[in-house]
Design a protein around this ligand. Structure first.
Ligand code: SIN
Length: 517
């Protein structure tokens, strides 16, 4: 078979894949980098974040209280050392973001306004524009990135695979928007590709976020951790599936209630904290109520009423676009995939188990979140770890040797990229690897995923990894709920680690002359 032509671009700087908060925080902290991103700079999930950024800034708050809350929510397996490092860095991180221009909400006296969210024992959530934190932080990061002449931007370019030589990871094979296959070679690669929402039928992530970085790392045999733990958000608008517009849990914090079509508050009988029960409990309850044939709504009329447009402009705008006026009518909601606690296992420097490969943000698993992420801990982790990755890269100076190789099916997958049946994968994942799982469903999922027609996709690779890890964990813990094992098993109270078998490799065909960037 003739290989398609592959252009080669050689870079002297580290290459960052992804341009959400993790990718931009990394690139901005390096002196010189290349960002390869699937869409425009800053597009992705970070921009959609409505929750805020948790940091122990308040005078009665401490990083150790933030650690305790993170660990308490993490289902018994969050790593306290990781939580200590990240929460300690959080206040300075907020200052860094403010210094580069993020306009956080402030009190009339000019201090940061600190909100409280479920699971936090102190007011420590920094917001911007009410419920538009992700958009504002990304606006500031994007503007700072565009001002930097030492950051090369390669946009509308998809990650196909990692390239390696004898020294380790040495670049990425990509598919450009115009169909060109380009190998970007670099001293080191940082994966900051975000989560896996596009693997599921409904997600608060854009559909294109299908775990490209996670799948590529798996094909190299990188260690992965906590892959079974997927967080589902209980309240996303029903009108759209990708991204399903989030109806922030801050609304429930302010007293909004969950009701069904009869007006009954169905959470009241299910948990002492009713609507403020842990996110996984609420998600399962909404799911079960809908499975039983009900419709489910968030009622903001009494608690927030006409203040919705001012206080929650993002939710208000999304509801209006869906033809709902939250000042007069309850908002129909349903659960959606929201965040992957699992990912590429990294240390506190963001290093994976493969030389030359770093990861940060949602694609990585540091152990901070355990089995269940505490609200507003994800943007903060992504940015703190971006800084740590950049610091770690400074001393990395590999001596390149050996032949450049890629997974042997990489070129075929790239050529047939748009033929992959990702829709079928989404249906299988939603039905069998979702909010409620059991052995029969997970086994069925693995069989059905093997039978999906067409070329293998990143989403089918990721779905299989989640199903296999979920099958292995014969208990319920945090966001992982097994109907056949509804209790936690103290004997299984540990993070999970898996090292996928690396794919066979083939020489990277350098069929066209190398070009300078
Ligand atoms: C929300 O605002 O409900 C989501 C916040 C988060 O996921 O951290």
């Amino acid at each position: 078979m003739n290989s398609p032509p592959v252009e080669v671009v050689r870079h002297d700087q580290p290459l960052v894949v992804g341009s959400g908060i993790a990718g931009l925080a990394t690139a901005l902290s390096l002196s010189g980098s290349v960002i390869v991103t699937a869409a425009a700079v800053g597009d992705g999930s970070s921009i959609l974040a409505q929750g805020g950024m948790a940091a122990a800034i308040g005078k009665d708050d401490t990083p150790s209280a933030h650690v305790a809350d993170t660990v308490a929510v993490g289902g018994g397996i969050a790593d306290p050392d990781v939580a200590r490092a990240i929460t300690a860095a959080a206040p300075d991180l907020i200052k860094w973001l403010a210094d580069i221009g993020a306009a956080f909400d402030r009190t009339p006296g000019g201090d940061l306004s600190l909100g409280r969210e479920a699971g936090h024992t102190a007011r420590r959530i920094v917001h911007a524009g009410g419920d538009a934190t992700g958009a504002e932080v990304m606006r500031a990061l994007r503007a700072a990135t565009l001002r930097r002449t030492d950051i090369l931007l390669v946009t509308r370019t998809r990650l196909i695979d990692l390239i390696r030589d004898d020294a380790g990871i040495s670049g990425v094979l990509t598919l450009s928007h115009d169909g060109r296959l380009v190998a970007h070679l670099a001293p080191a690669v940082v994966l900051a590709t975000g989560g896996i929402g596009g693997v599921y039928d409904r997600s608060t992530n854009p559909r294109d976020i299908q775990g490209a970085g996670l799948a590529a790392a798996a094909r190299q045999g990188a260690e992965l951790a906590d892959i079974e733990f997927v967080q589902f958000h209980p309240t996303a608008l029903t009108v759209l599936d990708h991204p399903a517009p989030l109806v922030t849990e801050a609304l429930r914090g302010e007293g909004a209630t969950l009701i069904d079509e009869t007006g009954a508050r169905f959470m009241v009988d299910l948990h002492p904290d009713a609507e403020l029960a842990p996110r996984d409990v609420v998600a399962r309850a909404v799911w079960a109520h809908r499975q039983a044939g009900h419709r489910t709504f968030l009622n903001t009329l009494d608690a927030i009423g006409p203040a919705m447009p001012q206080r929650f402009p993002t939710v208000y705008a999304a509801a209006r676009e869906a033809g709902i006026d939250p000042c007069t009518d309850p908002i129909e909601i349903a659960p959606a995939e929201h965040y992957h606690m699992g990912g590429i296992a990294t240390d506190l420097k963001g290093r994976s188990t493969i030389p030359g490969l770093w990861a940060c943000g949602e694609v990585a698993s540091t152990g901070l979140h355990g089995a269940n992420r505490l609200a507003s801990n994800s943007l903060i982790e992504a940015a703190v770890m971006g800084h740590r990755v950049a610091a770690s890269l400074v001393s990395y100076d590999p001596t390149r040797s050996g032949t450049l190789v890629i997974p042997s099916d990489a070129l075929d997958r790239a050529e047939r990229y748009f033929e992959a049946d990702t829709r079928k994968v989404r249906q299988i994942a939603w039905e069998h690897i979702g909010i409620v799982r059991d052995e029969a469903g997970l086994t069925t999922a693995l069989e059905l995923l093997d039978d999906v027609a067409g070329p293998p996709s990143d989403s089918s690779t990721v779905a299989k990894l989640i199903a296999a890890a979920a099958l292995e964990r014969t208990e319920s813990r945090g966001a992982h709920y097994r109907v056949d094992y509804p209790q936690s098993n103290p004997g299984l109270q540990a993070r999970s680690h898996t090292i996928p078998a690396p794919h066979e490799t083939a020489r990277l065909p350098l069929t066209t002359a190398s070009v300078a960037p």
